[in-house]
Design a binder for this molecule. Structure first.
Ligand code: URP
Ligand code: ZN
Ligand code: ZN
Ligand code: ZN
Length: 478
């Protein structure tokens, strides 16, 4: 068994920061020690296989991205990252675990789809991975599948209030799934947008000749997100199911979550880097020489980017500080402009929805520390510790302590990262939604279960390093 010592670093957990050495034995953290400690009289440095000097650097638990869609079939195509390319890009950016979504479309069998997702992922991942299960039509067999999936370590289920004929569950179906979730103690996840309202607004916009990506934003207004968020909260309240609202972008939706939490309900909110940094005006409304006003397609995702004039981004950073929003995932769902996004030229509703960010989440949120939005410890909490607790990985992931997996990032606050194609771009997409972003920090070394997979701008891992993890029930519930 390989022993590794990370010495002289500043260990940052969500609970605090300390100068400490970290000893990893095989795949597991064995000890967190005062700097320069010996163990039972042994000089550690002389008795390990590898020493990593982290002087002047942060030693943090590896990132956990609890919302990704590798090679997801969607909008007539597939998300362009495979499990292999997407998890490798994640590793480059200091993310050592993902939780991806198994898709069940209406008419499909849930357990068949679950098996199919293992076939796609197993043996191909660079980092550890787990699954959430998407439910669309809620068949009787879907409810019994939930019992089986809990035993498989799939303890969270996502439903959609939008995308009629594709993903949408009606309120009765949601109610039945929530009842089952409450019985099992499973986390019920919701894509909260009023799909019927959106469908009408989209048809009206297209009929009026408003076909550019900007109208993707205007036809998915905050009212549709607020209303659906409220409805999901009420259905959770009625059934007693814990509720996790994914990709929250509107401040009014946050306010619904805040009110429910103040009311004592187990309701949680996730946001994504795009809702902290990007906007309707600057990105969806962008134009370029190459793409004209279709440039905005690069940022078509749902929920959509919101107006900066209305203050959503500012409110989102604040909510992250105050724990009204608990964590940040990417909703990584990349599509290339050529042959994928360009299917929507002349009709924004045909643009496959999604943004690729799995590589940049840790850096983008670290920049939030530099810019004074969140503390160093909160950075670790929203990107790693809370995802672990929220989704039943507590103790194993999301923390630097004895017994936890050796998933560790050495992060250099004096380093620098320039994001963009041809610079730090390892995702399988022909553009970057984050082109030109400059980060005052750098992922130096990444360990996945004790193995160094990224070091000094070199990738040292391989497909298949990552293993499927079974998750327990959420450890975030009260
Ligand atoms: O635009 C998005 N978010 N694409 C991925 C699917 C989803 O709704 O999460
Ligand atoms: Zn969604
Ligand atoms: Zn998603
Ligand atoms: Zn560096």
């Amino acid at each position: 068994m390989m022993k590794t010592l990370i010495k002289n670093g500043t260990v940052v957990n969500s609970t605090g920061t300390a100068q400490a050495d970290v000893l990893i034995d095989g795949e597991t953290i064995a000890a967190v020690l005062a700097p320069g400690s010996t163990l039972l009289g042994f000089d550690l440095e002389q008795n390990v296989d590898t020493v990593i000097d982290a002087k002047g650097k942060y030693v943090i638990p590896g990132g956990i991205d609890a919302h990704t869609h590798m090679e997801m079939p969607f909008g007539g195509t597939f998300a362009s990252d495979t499990f292999e390319t997407g998890t490798r890009a994640a590793a480059w950016g200091g993310t050592t675990s993902i939780v991806d979504f198994v898709v069940q479309y209406a008419g499909e069998n849930v357990l068949d789809q679950y098996k199919a997702w293992h076939e796609k992922a197993d043996g191909n991942c660079a980092i550890d991975y787990g699954f959430h299960q998407i439910l669309s039509d809620v068949q009787d067999s879907s409810l019994t599948a939930m019992d089986e999936l809990i035993n498989e370590g799939v303890s969270s289920f996502k439903l959609f209030m939008a995308y009629k004929g594709v993903f949408l569950s009606d309120d009765g179906q949601i109610l039945r799934a929530f009842q089952k979730g409450a019985e099992l103690g499973a986390m019920m996840m919701m894509h909260a947008e009023n799909g019927a309202v959106i469908d009408v607004l989209v048809q009206q916009a297209l009929a009026a000749g408003n076909t550019s990506p900007y109208y993707h934003g205007l036809t998915r207004p905050w009212q549709a997100e607020e209303e659906a968020t409220h409805r999901a909260i009420m259905l959770a309240n009625l059934t007693g199911a814990p509720l996790y609202v994914v990709h929250v972008s509107a401040k009014q939706a946050v306010e619904q979550i805040t009110a429910a939490r103040d009311n004592g309900q187990n309701v949680f909110g996730e946001t994504c880097p795009q809702y902290l940094y990007l906007s309707l005006e600057e990105q969806l409304g962008a134009s370029s020489e190459q793409w004209g006003d279709f440039e905005g397609a690069k940022w078509v995702c749902s929920t959509p980017l919101r107006s900066r004039e209305e203050g959503h981004q500012h409110h989102m950073w604040q909510s992250l500080r105050t724990n009204d929003i608990q964590m940040v995932s990417t909703d990584h769902c990349p599509f290339c402009m050529k042959d994928q996004k360009d299917m929507g030229i002349g009709n924004f509703s045909k643009i496959p929805n999604g943004i690729g960010s799995v590589e940049h989440r840790m850096d983008l949120l670290y920049q939030g520390v530099v810019d004074g939005h969140i503390t160093l410890e909160r950075w670790v909490e929203v990107t790693s510790t809370t995802p672990a607790r929220m989704f039943g990985m507590c103790g194993r992931k999301g923390v630097i302590q004895p017994g936890a997996d050796g998933d560790i990032v050495v992060y250099d606050p004096k380093g620098h990262t320039s994001i963009g194609v041809g610079k730090t771009h390892h995702m399988n997409m022909d553009y970057s939604a984050w082109e030109g972003f400059e980060i005052d920090g750098h992922v130096d070394t990444v360990l996945s279960r004790g193995k160094v997979i990224v070091d000094d701008n070199q990738y040292l891992g391989k497909a298949g390093d990552g293993k499927f993890f079974k998750r327990g029930l959420s450890q975030y519930l009260t």
